[in-house]
Design a protein around this ligand. Sequence first.
Ligand SMILES: [Zn+2]
Length: 230
Amino acid sequence: MLRFFQAEKRIGARLYKKLINEKKNPKAPLMSFDDLYSFLDRREKNLIDKICLVGPKEYGKNFTIFYGIKPAPKDLVLIEKQEYFSAKYKKIKKVKTQYLPKSAFVAFIKMKKAMRKELETAINVISGYRSPAYQAAILFIILFENKWNVKNTLRRLTLPGCSEHGYPLRQGMDVAPEKGIENLEDFDQTDEYKWLLKNAKKFGFSLSYPKGNKYGVMFEPWHWHYVEKK
Ligand SMILES: [Zn+2]
C-alpha cells in the first residue's frame, strides 16, 4: 500500500495548485510527460512518479489493462461548440474544449443526430481524449481532494496508461445530457442513457464500466468507449 509522508503532503499542496492552474489550459488534455515535468520541480516530479507506480492489484483491481504511454494521436478533432443547461447557474453554459480522434468524433456526431431525432435532446462529450500525462495530473488532483486516499481515488480514476481516455483504439469518453444534470451519478435514470443502452452499439459505442464490472471500477453510466468497426 502506498503511504505519503508529511513532507510529501506539503509538496503535494503546492503541486495541486500548479496542476489546477494548468488544467485551465484548453490544450492540457494533450500534454506529454515532458510538458508536465517542465513546470514541476524535482520533488513535485517525484510525487507524480510515485503515484504512477501504484500497484493496481493491491487495491483490488485485478483486471487493469495497460494500454501504454503513447504520444497524442495526430488526427484529434477539437470539439468546441458544445452547450448545456446548468441547473446550478440556471443558464446555458459552454463545455470546456474536448478532443476525440477523427473516427470516434464522426461516429459520435452521427449518434448524437440520431438521438436528437428521437428524443429531441442529446448528449455532449464532457471528457474525451486525455493523454497519459494529463491522466497523471488529474489522478493527483483527485488524490489530493480525496485527502490522499488511494483506494477511493482509484475507484474513480485509473492509472496513466490504463485509461480508455488515452487509448484511441478503444477511445473512452464521458458524456452528459445537454439539458443538464445535477449529479452525473444519476445519468442512468435519464432517457438519454436508456437510449444509449439500446442504440449505442450500432454506432460503435459500448458502456465500459457496468455495475459489478471485473475492473473494480465503480458503475460509470457516463463512460462509453468507441471501437471502429472493421
Ligand atoms: Zn471516463
